[in-house]
Structure formats: structure tokens, C-alpha cells
Ligand binder design. Structure first.
Ligand code: SF4
Length: 200
């Protein structure tokens, strides 16, 4: 695992498209039980090199019911975005994760984490990649159908403050999804392991 992480951190495959240059931000270990798959690092995450070290991360930790000490414990939690480097900004926020990234690294990295019991799929890119045709028409519909993806996956919206209106318009998320999410995160830390996540 350490050799692979060093290889990832030295990656420059899509350097020409990265306005601030490559800085892959990944947390992983062979013993991880919970896998969090997000989109791509924010500018703050790029600058600090720490995944989810921003307001979105604060919200995500509240959703999961865990503090920073647990969140950044790589022996328990792997944090792997769909694009490992900050992709830059577009007209309406950060650009999508670089498409080169997941095909280059995901399968090799996930193959070295055989004890993952639960995978959280945050946003459309992670949901499309892991759920394939079983993803619904959009993030809202996929998250609403979260029970269909048990026990391996839980699809989630992005916890960005930019999505505050979405949370206000979909109170069922806080009411119905978060209690299940917190319970299953705790179960993942103690449950027997599955074979590991595979993309559909
Ligand atoms: S985004 Fe992925 S493919 Fe591109 S340089 Fe970073 S690690 Fe390599």
C-alpha cells in the first residue's frame, strides 16, 4: 500500500489540465473499514493537503457523527475522491474531477483495501462510477433510494454549503437518511468485512 500511495502522490498524468499543478489528496490503508468516495479536492484541501479539510468536511463529519480524530484515522477510514487533484474553477464552481484519474488508480487502490464494509458515494461522479446503471436519474433520486444499495453502499449528496437550498427542500434526508448513515458507519467499524467495493 505504501508503495502505491507513493506512486499516486508522484502522479502527473493530467498535469497540463491542473491550474495549480498536481497534488493528489488521498487517505488509505489496508485495514480501512469505511471508504468515502467524493468528487475532487477543494482549493482549501489542495492548499492544506488534508482531505475534506473545509466547510464541506465539517458538514460531512456531522452527518457521520464522528470527530476529526476518527475521520483522519487512516487505519479505519479511506478517503478517495474521483479525481485526486484540485481541478480548478469553472463558471459555476469547481470543475469536475479529472476523468483520467479514476481509471488510472481506483482499481489498484481498492484492491489493496479488502476490509471495506461500507462505501459512501458522495455526488454524481462517484454514484455513476460505482452504481453504474443502477444509479437513478440524478443525485436526489439515487439518495432517496439509498436503502436499495445496502449493505455495500450509501449514496449521499455533496455536503457543500452551496447545497443548503437542497437540504432545506429535502428534509427527508436529515430525518431518514442520517440516522441510518450514522448507525451503519459504526457497524462498519466492527462488522465482518465484505469482499471490497467494485464498480458496476
Ligand atoms: S488528478 Fe489524478 S491523474 Fe491527474 S495528476 Fe492528479 S492523481 Fe494524476
Amino acid at each position: 500500500m505504501e508503495a502505491l500511495l507513493a506512486e499516486i502522490r508522484a502522479c502527473r498524468a493530467c498535469e497540463a489540465h491542473l491550474p495549480l499543478g498536481p497534488r493528489p489528496v488521498v487517505q488509505a490503508s489496508a485495514s480501512a473499514r469505511l471508504l468515502i468516495v467524493g468528487q475532487a479536492p477543494s482549493l482549501t484541501v489542495h492548499q492544506t493537503g488534508l482531505p475534506w479539510n473545509d466547510k464541506s468536511g465539517d458538514q460531512l463529519r456531522r452527518w457521520l457523527g464522528i470527530d476529526r480524530a476518527v475521520f483522519y484515522d487512516a487505519s479505519r477510514i479511506a478517503i478517495v475522491p474521483m479525481g485526486y487533484c484540485y481541478p480548478g474553477r469553472g463558471k459555476s464552481g469547481d470543475l469536475p474531477p479529472r476523468k483520467e484519474c479514476a481509471p488510472l488508480w481506483h482499481d489498484r487502490l481498492l484492491a489493496q483495501m479488502p476490509h471495506i464494509a461500507l462505501t459512501l458515494l458522495i455526488g454524481q461522479y462517484a454514484q455513476r462510477h460505482f452504481l453504474g446503471k443502477t444509479a437513478r436519474g440524478g443525485v436526489t433520486e439515487t439518495v432517496e433510494a439509498f436503502a436499495d444499495y445496502a449493505p455495500r453502499f450509501i449514496p449521499l449528496p455533496h455536503p457543500s454549503p452551496r447545497n443548503t437550498a437542497w437540504f432545506q427542500h429535502h428534509p427527508w434526508f436529515e430525518r431518514d437518511v442520517l440516522p441510518v448513515l450514522r448507525k451503519r458507519v459504526q457497524q462498519a467499524f466492527s462488522a465482518p468485512s465484505f469482499e471490497g467495493p467494485t464498480a458496476a
